[in-house]
Design a protein around this ligand. Structure first.
Ligand code: GCO
Length: 440
């Protein structure tokens, strides 16, 4: 299978997040996050699984960095756990928390890998949620204070910065339908959480720049929204959903405006925050997995749309349709829609889950993942050939990890983790990605 050729300076990476891999949730002065609360709540996580150990990256990061070095990746996208830095989400930083990330980031640098840091990957300190979380504008100000602490401490070593991971997923899954922490079911009344995260993004970019940080971008989850049928009603529903799932984040960050159809759901005075949100960015990070679905007109009150599953494609074991051309379509849409307002793109997450197991021969044979990654990289190369300026690709994920409300069953890693022994086993896809990254 011939891999597409990427520019010699193309940035290859792998992505993870703190809550999904670190464990040690009660160590190092860490405070509780909303995901600690959510996993402790009966019925929220598949099989009642917990993340207090996860992949034990907190203690095993030297081994994991060695695996990244073996891959030969140029960058490692990790997240810093806000509750390790400010256990109550405000006030003086926890020295043990800063100390852990000093060691981790220094070890990544010593391995010749560029640290790419996400300041927030959904693990809001519980104390912040208790005061309203993303429903409260004050959380954006708390987040800016946190960002200043992180920028001041790590701007000398971190090479790429992402303030928030996937604000859409936090707004929709965390506050809209309650499938993720903090588990609120507010439907369209969750839209203010999008605005407050966008404001937090803009304030954090300002704080990072003040600390001398460079190469600042995003990691927004995007996918094309298709009408179920090519009718005016279905196209109108698709446009509404595209506004809710894509433009609610990309438009304010890139254009300094919100889609008209959402204005009625945004907090009063939202327009005053738009200049803060629309901070110039050095890259626009896109997390792509699969199309969100196909749109039909909804039952009306409260939702003017209905999102149905995309059908007719092979599926991952995480019930995701495998649709590589949607990545190409998405990037071309963005290229056309945002034009010179669109900075260079980083694919900050792309990957898939299968029920990988260690075989009798000691290997982990995952041809489906190799096919998935290859087909999406072909689609990415096609988008680049059509004019989209893409600078890098981060595979989700380095290792199997805690997949939120689905627990540990979905395995996304290039490296298999045995959750009993915590043994790491590089999968066949690890060796394939290594050759791709090293252009061997
Ligand atoms: C996301 C998150 C990751 C997920 C990954 C697989 O994009 O939802 O950034 O934390 O684990 O996407 O679903």
């Amino acid at each position: 299978m011939q891999n597409p050729i990427f520019p010699p300076d193309f940035l290859w990476g792998v992505s993870t997040s703190a809550f999904q891999i670190e464990g040690a949730t009660s160590e190092g002065g860490r405070g509780p996050s909303i995901w600690d609360t959510f996993t402790a709540t009966e019925g929220k996580i598949a099989r009642g699984e917990q993340a207090n150990v996860a992949a034990d990256h907190y203690h095993r990061y030297p081994e994991d960095i060695a695996l990244m070095a073996e891959l030969g990746v140029g960058a490692y996208r990790m997240s810093i756990a806000w509750p390790r830095i400010q256990p109550d989400g405000k006030g003086a930083p926890n020295p043990e928390g800063l100390g852990f990330y000093d060691k981790l980031i220094d070890a990544v640098c010593e391995a010749g890998i560029a640290p790419a840091v996400t300041l927030y990957h959904w693990d809001t300190p519980q104390a912040v949620e208790d005061e309203g979380g993303w429903l409260s504008r004050a959380t954006a100000e708390r987040f800016a204070e946190y960002a200043q602490i992180i920028g001041d401490r790590f701007a000398d070593r971190v090479k790429l910065w992402i303030p928030l991971n996937e604000p859409m997923v936090m707004s929709i899954f965390g506050y809209g339908i309650g499938e993720y922490a903090p588990g609120k079911v507010l439907l369209l009344d969750a839209i203010p959480t999008a605005h407050h995260q966008n404001l937090a993004h803009g304030l954090a970019v300002q704080a990072l720049r003040a600390a001398g940080a460079t190469n600042i971008g995003t990691a927004n989850n995007h996918s094309p929204i298709w009408p179920a049928d090519d009718t005016p009603e279905d196209n109108a529903a698709a446009e509404w959903l595209d506004a809710l799932l894509n433009r609610l984040y990309a438009d304010p960050m890139l254009l300094g405006s919100y889609p008209e159809q959402l204005h009625a759901h945004l907090p009063a005075g939202f327009a005053d925050d738009l200049p803060t949100i629309a901070q110039p960015l050095d890259f626009y990070g896109v997390n792509y997995y699969e199309p969100q679905g196909v749109a039909k007109p909804g039952p009306g009150n409260p939702l003017p749309f209905e999102l149905r599953d995309v059908e007719g494609y092979p599926m991952t074991t995480n019930d995701s349709p495998i649709v590589p051309h949607a990545l190409r379509e998405l990037l071309l849409d963005f290229h056309r829609r945002y034009r010179d307002q669109l900075p260079p793109i980083q694919i900050t997450e792309n990957g898939c889950s299968f029920a990988d197991e260690v075989a009798e021969d000691g290997g982990v044979h995952d041809p489906e993942r190799i096919d998935f990654l290859h087909s999406h990289l072909v689609a990415l190369r096609e988008a680049m050939d059509a004019g989209v300026d893409v600078r890098g690709y981060f595979c989700w994920s380095l290792m199997d990890n805690f997949e939120w409300s689905k627990g540990y069953a979905p395995r996304f890693g290039l490296v298999h983790v045995d959750y009993e022994t915590l043994r790491r086993t590089p999968k066949d896809s690890f060796h394939w990605y290594r050759k791709l990254v090293r252009n061997e």
